[in-house]
Design a protein around this ligand. Sequence first.
Ligand SMILES: C[S@@+](CC[C@H](N)C(=O)[O-])C[C@H]1O[C@@H](n2cnc3c(N)ncnc32)[C@H](O)[C@@H]1O
Length: 176
Amino acid sequence: MPVYEPREDSFFMAEFLKKNGKLGTICVDVGTGSGILTETLAEKCDVVVASDISREALSYAKARMRKNNVFFVLGNLMDFVKRCDAVVFNAPYLSREEGEGYDIATHHQMPDGRDVLEEFIKSLSCTDFKRAYLLTSTQTDRTRMENAIHAHKMKAKVVARKRIFFEELVIEEITK
Ligand SMILES: C[S@@+](CC[C@H](N)C(=O)[O-])C[C@H]1O[C@@H](n2cnc3c(N)ncnc32)[C@H](O)[C@@H]1O
């Protein structure tokens, strides 16, 4: 699997995080990819746990990381964390119909066919966290996503938007 090359969505989330104050002691960057958001988060928390389901992504990000307060975990979503302050996920957010074949950018399904966004929301609900920032787009099935957030008794509010080409990127802050 190729490593997700940082693009508009990555830069948008990185800029958003830079504008934020401190995010707490322990932060989790789900789906670190190239490590771009992990690098920014390392300035905002004492410890960052960066995860990815892709071995290639983890090796790539680890080899290039310039911060020493980062720990890398090869794993699925939030499976490895029970408690943290903040969570960041620039999710594979396109719906199946929008995806252009099987590519890391549009890889929206778990290996067994489950939906990554819904699984993320479910795993978030089982974690003790203060706030989570989830980047999706107006191309995402938002009703399905919002239903999942509410079904797991969490709240979401849009905290940033950016128009790019044919879509709008959306950052949601999720809390319990
Ligand atoms: C859109 S890319 C974002 C990469 C990077 N954070 C950025 O902003 O450029 C999504 C990342 O999530 C990872 N990913 C996909 N499914 C995952 C899962 N179930 N658990 C952990 N990471 C996952 C992919 O391997 C990919 O690196």
